[in-house]
Design a protein around this ligand. Structure first.
Ligand SMILES: Cc1cc2nc3c(=O)[nH]c(=O)nc-3n(C[C@H](O)[C@H](O)[C@H](O)COP(=O)(O)OP(=O)(O)OC[C@H]3O[C@@H](n4cnc5c(N)ncnc54)[C@H](O)[C@@H]3O)c2cc1C
Length: 483
């Protein structure tokens, strides 16, 4: 007889591993199956986020920012650095260590919470008697394949198989010359000239890393608007800062033929003025979005429905068309963010336990970890105008914030939007230092449906960047104290 579990989680990324842990905490007998392997064939839990996403990108952003500071800004502090050089191998090695610490951390958490882990590929096999049979096949080239294929059965299945980078037609990833996020994070030498197609979160973060390390970086974006999903006052400020740093961002381009040539990669495109251009670069990174990953899952074996884009079809509660089969994270609709996947994982485990897990999509924060960082939660000015909502806006520049001046990091602002009648905060948009951390206060405020006056009346430590949030709240009522 096959091994039986209360809950089988397919995928060990942030959605899957968190769902498995929460389900185990709630008393279920849980299995999690994940096929990702490290360089030596061992398990590498944590999915895209830990292996080729959030964590390695932030490690390289940190290292490259140190390099930039040492090279260009330490002198402002009276610190003279001579003989500055880059050991990219060491920098990449540090990044790999950070990734491994996170991989091992998840493995430890599985042991602690008694989650049974299979380092394998999972696919649906059949459903019978209220159970789903899942085929567990040894993942390719793993160090210690468990045994041959086996079938395990689960009363509930949570699919968390994530996403993969979208390819440009005619330019498949080879991860040597034409790179996805995977190759962009592991280059062994700094390319002299680098082109990124797609000025979204990943394109801007990767472009920033390699520019800081010395590449001449061009970013080509098809849309005419920079960061169209971001409040445009914030996006304009960010574009100014990135351009000043030397990122060459071209909007409204139409990419044509891409060829790997002797000297590198040639990218033909038509620019916003309609002029035909050809860019010759050493490497090309394509970051034009990600697609749901159901390869090898065999959804058809049980009749699991996908939408027209290949994502698993779910309702607001992450229920699929099959009873007791759930799907979360990047493989379903909604923002492709690690923390969104995690919240869905917790909510689904709690729903399986008969509780009322819930994800408030309106208060999911977004962050771009460039310098300056960009972070936001809730509605932006363009969205409020589009639905005719009456609002008040308050902004406060970091230039007028004492801590930002002491840090030498005064680019950007906090912008708060509140309902014109009730003063409830509808959105907060930040471009500037530590925006990723500052946004947390605004998320809490919005979860508790705070007004801008609530933030304005809370005592914030001085000197701190968070005072800019308080001042933006005061600005909603046109009474900033420091500007
Ligand atoms: C460069 C980059 C930077 C990013 N930075 C951020 C960031 O700063 N913040 C943020 O919130 N988000 C970030 N993201 C997005 C984030 O990584 C994803 O939203 C998140 O990983 C989604 O989690 P998930 O659990 O849904 O899927 P994934 O993390 O993709 O995990 C899916 C797992 O399922 C496994 N799997 C798939 N199919 C099978 C199968 N059939 N059998 C067994 N295992 C299977 C995969 O091997 C993988 O381990 C970034 C992404 C990239 C690419």
């Amino acid at each position: 007889m096959s091994k039986q579990f209360d809950v089988i989680v397919i995928g060990g990324g942030p959605g899957g591993y968190i769902a498995a842990i929460r389900a185990a905490q709630l008393g279920f007998n849980v299995a999690c199956i994940d096929e990702w392997k490290n360089a030596t064939g061992g398990p590498a839990l944590g999915g895209t986020c830990t292996n080729v996403g959030c964590i390695p990108s932030k490690a390289l952003l940190q290292s490259s920012e140190h390099f930039e500071q040492a090279g260009h800004h330490f002198a402002d502090h009276g610190i003279n650095v001579s003989g500055l050089s880059l050991d990219l191998g060491k920098m990449q090695g540090r990044k790999d260590t950070v990734v491994k610490q996170n991989n091992d951390g998840v493995l430890y958490l599985f042991k602690k919470n008694k989650v049974t882990f299979f380092h394998a590929r999972a696919s649906f096999s059949a459903s019978k008697d209220g159970f789903y049979d899942i085929k567990v096949s040894p993942a390719k080239d793993v160090a210690a394949p468990a045994k041959d294929e086996e079938i395990i059965s689960g009363k509930h299945v949570i699919v968390a198989t994530g996403s993969v980078a979208r390819e440009l037609p005619g330019a498949p990833f080879d991860e040597n010359m034409i790179l996805s996020n995977v190759g962009a994070l592991r280059m062994g030498a700094v390319p002299k000239k680098l082109c990124l197609i797609g000025a979204g979160v990943i394109g801007l973060e990767m472009g920033s890393v390699w520019r800081r390390l010395g590449s001449d970086v061009t970013v080509l974006e098809g849309l005419p608007t920079f960061l169209g999903a971001v409040d445009q006052q914030i996006a304009k400020e960010a574009l100014k800062a990135f351009t000043k740093q030397g990122l060459k961002i071209q909007l409204g381009v139409k990419v044509g033929e891409i060829k790997v040539v002797e000297s590198g990669v040639s990218v033909a495109y038509v620019d916003a003025k309609g002029q035909a251009q050809v860019l010759e670069v050493d490497k090309l990174v394509v970051s034009i979005g990600r697609v749901a990953n159901t390869a090898g899952l065999a959804p058809e074996a049980v009749g699991l429905s996908l939408d027209e884009r290949g994502a698993i079809l779910v309702d607001g509660d992450c229920k699929t068309n099959l009873s007791n089969v759930w799907a979360i994270g990047d493989v379903v609709r909604g923002p492709m963010l690690a923390h969104k996947a995690e919240e869905e994982g917790v909510a689904v485990a709690e729903r399986i336990a008969g509780q009322h897990g819930h994800v408030n999509f309106n208060t999911v924060p977004w962050v771009i970890y460039t310098h300056p960082e960009i972070a936001w939660v809730g509605q932006n000015e363009e969205q409020l105008k589009a639905v005719g909502r009456a609002y008040k806006a308050g902004t406060f520049p970091f230039l007028a914030n004492g801590r930002a001046r002491a840090l030498g990091d005064t680019t950007g602002m906090v912008k708060m939007l509140a309902d014109a009648a009730t003063d409830e905060i509808l959105g907060v948009h930040i471009v500037g230092p530590m925006a990723s951390e500052l946004i947390a206060e605004c998320v809490v405020a919005m979860e508790f449906r705070a007004s801008s006056e609530d933030i304005a009346r809370i005592c914030h430590a001085h000197p701190s960047l968070s005072e800019a949030t308080k001042e933006a709240a005061l600005a909603v009522d046109k009474r900033t104290l420091n500007f």
